[in-house]
Design a protein around this ligand. Sequence first.
Ligand SMILES: Nc1ncnc2c1ncn2[C@@H]1O[C@H](COP(=O)(O)OP(=O)(O)OP(=O)(O)O)[C@@H](O)[C@H]1O
Length: 326
Amino acid sequence: MNVTTPAGLDDLRVIGDIGGTHARFALAQRGAYSHLQRVDVAKYDSLIEALKDYLAVLPSGLLPSVAVIDVAGPVRGDHVKMTNLAWSFSADDMKHRLGLKAFRVLNDFAAAASSIPYLPQADCFPIGPDISGVKGPIGVVGPGTGLGVGALVPNGDGWTLIPGEGGHVSLPPSSEIEDRILVILRKRFGHASAERALSGVGLVNLYHALCEIDGVAAAPFTPADVTDHAIRGTDPLCVKAFAHFCEMLGTVAGDLALTLGASGGIYIAGGILLRFKEAFAASGFRTRFESKGRFRDWLQTVPTRLILEESPALLGLANVPIEVGV
Ligand SMILES: Nc1ncnc2c1ncn2[C@@H]1O[C@H](COP(=O)(O)OP(=O)(O)OP(=O)(O)O)[C@@H](O)[C@H]1O
């Protein structure tokens, strides 16, 4: 007989947040997690190798019976393929090979969104006015290796999770210079998605486009070089690239708020901006977020917050329900 435990929070679960650059593994039970380990995904050819290495060094007696994993990419059915990493797997096959009772896979920004109700206030840094007491749908957007987008919609006492691929919406330019940036990115990529500008590589794409517009040779900068020069003010085109990055993110976040009717707020996640919270708060992000013509008044009531937790998805994975067959 197949009995199901609706939440499955009592089972010791191994959780994993698999990004395009790092994977973070931990153990979770009753909504809290411990034994966090971050690994470089480039060191492994597959998820099972990385997961087995993590499980092998756990203290004896800690044997998870279920797994809840998120990946950067769409999750449709049993076979999962990541967008920015050459890993693919079958959830059912993983369950059997690891001898687990259940193996659930979510999109990484669905996992990040599901953490919002559990995030301590200290981990939410207001960008713009500190608006509290809001209710309603919540959006999450996060530049990292790619651009992740997810949402939570209130449903009775709980939430419905909306995974999507909002990082691949078309890039919305909102000024003459951004129109020119868009033309350059479209020539290069065909479809110029938001992710082409709003990610680690996107920062470099913006810098290159600005060099082309100014007719100067681009230096071989990494994303970290671009932000380093921007924050220290040592390269004017890096300063501009970071400014456009924040403003374009404001446009995308405002679009998400309007599309969802996100009166509960828009949260910014991802590994890039939490390194620069003051510079981000001082940027044109919030002004751009509110610049939506007749909807400015409404957007002024919507909070925008930077998540300071490095991997909010883990908190989401520790709390999502999982059906455990016994
Ligand atoms: N200081 C920095 N400034 C700008 N971009 C950076 C910086 N450090 C890393 N990045 C870029 O951020 C992206 C994500 O790297 P990060 O180290 O945040 O990994 P992560 O948190 O595991 O993200 P993901 O889950 O997307 O893999 C990469 O494209 C990387 O080049």
